[in-house]
Design a protein around this ligand. Sequence first.
Ligand SMILES: [Mn+2]
Length: 272
Amino acid sequence: MKMLTELDVSDHKEVVEVGDVKIGGEDLAIMAGPCAVESREQLLTAADHVAKEGGQILRGGAFKPRTSPYSFQGLGEEGLEYLAEARERTGLKIVTELLYSDDIELVNSYTDILQIGSRNMQNYGLLKKLGEVDTPVMLKRGYAATIKEWLMAAEYVISHGNDNVILCERGIRTFETATRNTLDLNGIALIKDKLNIPVIIDPSHGTGQRNLVSPMAKAGISAGADGIMVEMHPNPEEALCDGQQSLTLDDFSQLVDELNRVAQAVDKRLAV
Ligand SMILES: [Mn+2]
């Protein structure tokens, strides 16, 4: 029973509604798009393809937390404007990362889901501020965080007033170096068993390799995830960020087709 108590998150929602898109329950959510918003043309090309294949949510970072301060840091508000234009054009919802507390008003004025990245999972000041908005928050797992620490981070947002929380498993750092991270499918099965809080799987960061994204996306859905978030780029070779793990447009089409069959096997459906 101790274990159950430790995994308890108060008043969480089992289904989070993002406009008319439901995350959780019987629906599978598909979130896709480039790691970073690089240009208007790049983003709109990606958005058109996500919409064409039946995805519901467009991802794209306007503020990028990069390991090196000399790497591309994102387009900032210009990137948010392109995301808003893509939403207008396709009807897709938008998910984008909020990196700094100071930007919460700005990012919240554009996005449908506020993404909190792995490096910010335990930024408690930021988490408390997220309690003050109603916008759904997608909380990525810290790359060195236990499941309990991750759930406690979610609890920060919920206990400060925002129960629209979605978790995202994106892999953790282990002794294994052959892949970028180790995607913790145990965590998905455990959370769905104990809590039924919505969980999205991110096999792009979880593996770091394009060829592993599709198999691990399917594995994540089989383990109980409520949807996927994948990186997809019109031309991954030219990507300014995470090209090696980005699907091509054709790869993405094939993945959606395969996910349809996996969804049937686990009594879920691709939400439209
Ligand atoms: Mn990325």
